[in-house]
Design a binder for this molecule. Structure first.
Ligand SMILES: O=C1O[C@H](COP(=O)(O)O)[C@@H](O)[C@H](O)[C@H]1O
Length: 321
């Protein structure tokens, strides 16, 4: 089991957002519960094909297993009737990528956020994945962290350790927590120094496109205000395009002192899973997925990786699509 964390000690212009979509539904529904038929229609910014799906609830897009993809298979939106089904699918998605990267490059670099995401990872610590995943290949990082002691209730490390990391045999030296003895600025610099070392030693890939570290998978949540990592709406840090890791001392969501990956790092990823549940986030999801212009209102709209972006939504989060 993963024990204590190692203490870390780690431009592109911001990308054009909201690539135009031509969406088609590519997968059959994964479940059929009470066999009500509904015609799935998603329109506006997306050119969406229509077809009949089987689901429990006749409301817009909220049908388990409905998947939409863009033309290049680089942006995928999947909606699940329940958070439980979302968690099952997220575990398989993560396990498949773990296998792929472990085989291809002998390691798997995984970045997690805090918040509700961690609960949605719970199926990974159950059969079959807890036994089938080669956890020794995992290297775990945080896309953002609150600058508090690791045993503090606000710590994203503690959240992940209690809910996930303590239950799987990831080598403790592969778990890269912040140095919580430092200031927010010091902890961000320290984390960036650590990342640079790991890029240098080949544990983390480097993007040949951006020159920023290229993580294999980022598992990221979104706040009700559309923030991702600790990148909040309207904050100057959204424009940071030099640093890999930066800090914030005036976070609108407590606690105020945090470190966060910058957008160039986030957007250099091979895969990003954006995991969003709950009706309280439906309006932001609607804006993010229906807007065709690149006038970014919410930070989540700035998530646009070199690789694949997949949205995992429950039906409540997707209820306004
Ligand atoms: O403060 C934070 O909030 C976001 C979103 O959290 P959620 O509970 O609404 O999912 C989280 O992704 C981030 O890591 C965390 O520091």
């Amino acid at each position: 089991m993963a024990k204590a964390a190692s203490s870390l000690t780690f431009s592109t212009s911001l990308p054009k957002l909201c690539r135009p979509f031509s969406i088609s539904i590519t997968q059959p529904p994964q479940v059929s519960l009470n066999s009500k038929k509904l015609s799935c229609s998603i329109s506006s910014a997306f050119k969406i094909s229509r077809r009949t799906v089987t689901t429990t609830k006749a409301s817009s897009m909220a049908s388990s297993g409905i998947t939409t993809v863009d033309q290049n298979n680089r942006k995928v939106v999947e909606v699940f009737v329940t958070e439980e089904e979302l968690a099952v699918s997220l575990a398989k998605y993560t396990a498949d990528l773990s296998d792929k990267f472990a085989k291809e490059r002998g390691s798997f670099t995984v970045v997690v956020s805090g918040g509700s995401l961690i609960k949605s990872l719970r199926k990974l610590v159950e059969a079959p994945y807890v036994d089938s995943i080669d956890w020794s290949k995992w290297h775990v990082f945080w896309v953002d962290e609150r600058v508090v002691p690791k045993d503090h209730p606000d710590s994203n490390y503690k959240l992940a350790f209690d809910g996930f990391l303590s239950k799987v045999p990831i080598p403790s030296g592969n778990v890269y927590a912040i140095n919580d003895a430092l200031s927010a600025e010091g902890a961000a610099d320290d984390y960036e120094t650590c990342l640079k070392h790991l890029v240098h030693t080949g544990v983390i890939n480097k993007s040949s496109v951006s020159g920023f570290p290229k993580f294999d998978l980022m598992l990221v949540g979104m706040g009700p205000d559309g923030h991702v990592a600790s990148l909040f709406p309207g904050h100057p840090l959204l424009k940071e395009n030099q640093k890999w890791v930066t800090h914030i001392t005036d976070s609108p969501k407590p606690p105020p002192g945090r470190i966060t990956f910058t957008f160039p790092v986030i957007n250099s990823s091979s895969y990003i899973a954006l995991v969003v549940c709950g009706a309280g986030k439906a309006s932001v999801v609607q804006t993010a997925l229906r807007k065709s212009q690149n006038s970014d209102v919410f930070p989540v709209q700035m998530v646009s990786p070199e690789g694949e972006l997949k949205w995992f939504l429950d039906k409540d989060a997707a209820s306004k699509l």
